[in-house]
Design a protein around this ligand. Sequence first.
Ligand code: ADP
Ligand code: MG
Length: 234
Amino acid sequence: MATRVPGPLTGTAAPAVAAVEGLTRRFGERTVLDRLDLEITRGEFIALLGRSGSGKSTLLRALAGLDDEAEGGLSVTGSVAVAFQEPRLVPWKRVHANVTLGLAVPDAKDRADAALAEVGLTERAGAWPLTLSGGEAQRASLARALVRDPDLLLLDEPFSALDALTRITIHQLVLHLWSVHRPAVLLVTHDVDEALLLADRVLVLDRGCIAHESAVPAPRPRHRDHPDLVSLRT
Ligand code: ADP
Ligand code: MG
């Protein structure tokens, strides 16, 4: 595998992994996304904030190619993977089978083994989803996303149902995975601290478009410098 260097990929030549131009989504009379523009650069970590019902999940569904009815320009380069708030594991398939589900590559099994090892779930590979803790289920969900080697990883409030300590561990894991694999990440969260901790760029969705945007100033309290994370890497 090529050596990938953590840190934002900057410069005008940084290629876009997704470009959204004038994206509009209506549900009946209601316009939820209203000519929204957004460009996601390869390898960047974005946090998307916005009040409940502002259209965050709608935007993620469009980016994931799960919405045929959105109008406007949307182009995504490369592969996309999604992890939701509810891990959405198929209960009658064991963890390993959940990770390889729909993955049509010859080395699916090996890839799943590697992804499960990376999220620390090797020992639970044969377990049934309903026997997992919340944190383990979210790890399995991350492994299922990771195994697809996405260029764009969409995380829709994946941490909000976790207890505070588990959430910290999963934050570290996500930053670790991001720094190793370098997908662009678009993380929906309600938690401003979480956004500032994890992201390079914070966006606020309001009235159908990106109403506010700011780069997270350095130095920032990144978990990737946290001693636990350093030990996780070694
Ligand atoms: P958020 O994720 O920011 O909480 P959503 O994107 O889930 O918001 O929803 C934005 C708005 O669109 C909400 O008012 C929601 O009720 C509406 N909405 C989402 N999906 C549908 C749908 N399939 N049919 C009708 N309305 C929907
Ligand atoms: Mg939502």
